[in-house]
Design a protein around this ligand. Structure first.
Ligand code: ATP
Length: 276
């Protein structure tokens, strides 16, 4: 049986996920190393979340071999991986009780539960929760109830929860979805700080928008209809040509410093026609 390299946090070989006769994703061969930060982009329904669900051990591949943190999926129970992975998904966010106190929500990650389950937590847990909230600029929210937070504040708190166990791998599914411009920029800046920190865990971030790629991310994968259009170093992958293929329309990519911007390519002469 195939084995994995200990330096690989994700090691997928020809992984597919099939449901009801339809291939949702794959075949995908993908490797994530210790110091890498990956962004996964693709249109709605491209298979991004399905791939993330395999990476988080929530879903097992239909075929192929998938190792996550050196454990072969199918041979390891999900609980074995849960404290070693930091995960945020919209599905998880929706399950957080509105009356949950933010610091309890962050601390409870260490116990792999959503919501308070102990009457008291140790001071050491509490200190670490405050420190983790600080790392995403959310320490002032520690005593608030989750239900009273804005969307942007919730996203930051959930990232703090994902970081609480000092995970080896961070998996973030659309962390900037639904944020206004200010909230998005604040989050991109926080994620960039994290990405540039050599002690921070390797990360995989799903997004629909190149504008949301935090500076410091090193690699990218573009998905279309469950298959990889391109993957590798971010500068090689995030190009006008690859984005045009991925989103099935002509896209012009521009860069401003370390940020990416994309828009539909204006047809030649469209300027003149509008003015005429
Ligand atoms: N359990 C399932 N059974 C059948 N089809 C599914 C299942 N889960 C997902 N799908 C389908 O698989 C495809 C990929 O879904 P997925 O959620 O991975 O896409 P995505 O790229 O994350 O999309 P979005 O950007 O809209 O969130 C979609 O067509 C979806 O309808």
């Amino acid at each position: 049986m195939r084995d994995t390299d200990p330096d690989l946090l994700i090691d997928f070989d020809d992984v597919t996920v099939v449901r009801g006769g339809a291939t949702l994703v794959g075949p995908i061969t993908w490797q994530v190393e210790l110091d890498e930060r990956w962004v996964i982009l693709g249109a709605n329904g491209a298979g991004k979340t399905t791939l993330m669900r395999v990476a988080s051990g929530e879903m097992h591949p239909t075929s192929g071999t998938a190792f996550v943190l050196g454990e072969r999926l199918g041979a390891t129970s999900i609980r074995d991986l849960s404290t070693r992975l930091g995960v945020t998904t919209a599905a998880m966010a929706a399950r957080v009780p509105a009356d949950e106190i933010v610091s309890d929500l962050v601390i409870s990650a260490g116990y792999s539960v959503l919501g308070r389950w102990q009457e008291t937590y140790d001071d050491i847990d509490r200190d670490q929760a405050v420190e983790t909230l600080e790392s995403v600029g959310a320490e002032h929210l520690a005593d608030r109830r989750y239900g009273t937070l804005s969307d942007g504040e919730r996203k930051r708190v959930l990232i703090a929860r994902a970081l609480m166990t000092d995970p080896e791998l961070l998996l973030l599914d659309e962390p900037a979805a639904g944020l206004d411009l200010g909230g998005r920029e604040e989050l991109v800046a926080r994620l960039s700080t994290l990405a540039l920190d050599p002690d921070a865990p390797a990360s995989v971030l799903i997004t629909h928008h190149v504008e949301e790629i935090p500076p410091g991310f090193t690699h990218a994968m573009l998905l279309k209809h469950g298959e990889v259009v391109s993957q590798g170093l971010i500068d090689d992958v995030i190009t006008s040509e690859n984005l045009s293929t991925t989103f099935s329309q002509a896209i012009t990519l521009t860069r401003d410093g370390d940020r990416f911007f994309a828009r539909r390519t204006r047809p030649a002469g469209s300027h003149r026609r509008r003015r005429a």
